[in-house]
Design a protein around this ligand. Sequence first.
Ligand code: DMJ
Length: 724
Amino acid sequence: MVKLTFLISISVLTCNLILSVRVYKRADILKLREEVREMFQHAYDSYLRYAYPYDELRPLSCDGVDTWGSYSLTLIDALDTLAIMGNYSEFNRVVDIVLQKRHFDADINVSVFETNIRIVGGLLSAHLLSHKTGMKLEPGWPCNGPLLRLAEDVAQRLIAAFDTTTGMPYGTINLRSGVPPGETSITCTAGVGTFIIEFGTLSRLTGDPLYEEVAYNALKALYHHRSPIGLLGNHIDVMTGRWTAQDAGIGGGIDSYYEYLVKGAILLEKPELMSMFLEARQSIEKYLKKDDWFVWATMLRGHVTLPVFQSLESYWPGLLSLIGESDAAMRIIHNYHSVWRQYGFTPEVYNLGTGEASSSRESYPLRPELIESIMYLYRDTRDPILLQMGEDILRSIQHSARTPCGYATIKDVRDHRKEDRMESFFLAETTKYLYLLFDPDNFIHNPGVRGTVIDTPNGECVVDLGGYIFNTEAHPIDPNMLYCCHEARQGINISEVYSIYQILEEEDNIKFMTMIEANTNETKITQSNNNNNESAIENKTIDHTEPKERSDENEPEQNQVLIKTESRTGYVNLDGTERENANESNLSDLVKETINKYYNDTINAETQENVKHSAEEPTAGSSQTVEVDDIIVPEKSEVQLPSVTKTKEVMNMLPKVIQDFLNSDWKSKPKCEPQKMLERIRREQKYPDHPDVYKYELLLTPAPSFLQRISLAGEFLNKKQLEL
Ligand code: DMJ
């Protein structure tokens, strides 16, 4: 049980702190900001010098090591911090490096959770920030772009983890082959419920509903499996739905599930997620909260099992500030800060009964959670004590964690011994939140007073108005960007459309492109939105001129289908309606016919070449024509292929979506078929919608002031309020 005397002494300490608060002038704050910038730079430069391309820097050995996935994790995780600190040239340079990787195909097993929050989150955030850094943007951005495609490539590799009986994901996946054989079906709660920000963003930008629905389904599954008193356990079997660890708390193993309910509600305008959080919060307050601390208890009865504070729990006050409860949050953060002051760091586990660091969990791996909450609360309250708390954190890290080649994990907060590890979140989160605390003018803090107008295929769109939602790895997402991709909402994947143009423009395919052009009689791809406004991508540039008149009313329809069938995973729109597929054969016929012509020309050309060089070599016969299906379905053996190598070469140059579309047997089928999984989730409807889905009427507008308001005051408008 928590000792009351200990808690009282904490309160006294809190009062003392309040009395001795330092006065910060603007110049003082900016000086601290510059110190944080130098801190980041030292760690970042060291990573590049000693560790890249490994995942992490080892700050004592001054070398690198692969930890989470052999995918240069720290580089990707640190990317958007560069942009936030204004180092645009380095951001652009690193983006170029990252983009040398076209996909994440590798025979390695990775954590689904960590890969999502660090890699998918990092790539998405960098994609959305790239307009600020002077990067050359592809037509269709933000609904298109190489970083977005890379993020989607990773998400596609993770999606097979969700192919379970409950819809909750496995914890580990092989990036190449899916769920590893014999993989445990036990996943922690956070590992199930921490996808809606990244996957929702992906769906809203690309138009593929798969990601958001799968992530939302997993959240509903957790909610459905809550205990009768509204608590969640720590680990669950994703095949049976049985809780295998029944301790309920707000920290490690569960934490970001709660975080994503709140942030997912705000980012994606899903008030039912907020209702799910508020219900859970009541249970947390009732069973887990003890005098502004949180303990662990049995999920079935709420009996206290572990009276401890975990460093990871320090995100909670920040989360409360997002729902407009900064007063409660301030009381909690004073408690957490008192632990920091006791040791100069927060240990992984702190025993509330004894008032000491737990002897087996006494490290501080440079975690961000406390500074994260301090940053949020300072934005809301401007209480200078929060600046002082931030400075305490900065001082401790500088004093005890700095090494000649980076910053080291503190192995034991009691004696500040160091350990040879610098997790990537030090550059993604800890330094970022510290910097943002001390940078009052940062664009991230924009309270909706400035914006940037960008051109999209659908017209102008105002972004960068603030209200950024940070994923749990501190990668910010601009909510307004999600409303720029109107065509994505109609199931059109701009990224894929652009890919096709890009492929067609490659030297070897000029002929192919010309033929497509000849077939379509015009070079542009158009689509209509619901209001019959039209936009066009023409020769890779966005055309905002008046729509051109068409002689044939049906023709645009054909072109529209050309775009709609690009979706990688399906035939359903974001709103769940079926996609039109009546004219799909038109595209099929068109592409097949074009490839036929291309190959027949190639064959003829090759035949003539062959005749010239070797009379013995078998020729395809100048009169023989070859059907596309013959080329890509080798089983039809009566047809002699002109050049298998050449065929494969060119086929590989086509976007995956066209390859799949032309012939799904071209490659062996993946074990998990995402579209089928999505259809199954929709058909089964295992988990009913939260009743509050229908209770609220959100302002369906990208209005930034609204986003600002809900993020600061934490409120949604319900129907009754609107009526009044
Ligand atoms: C980060 O990877 C994320 O913040 C995650 O949610 C929790 N753990 C680390 C930081 O402590």
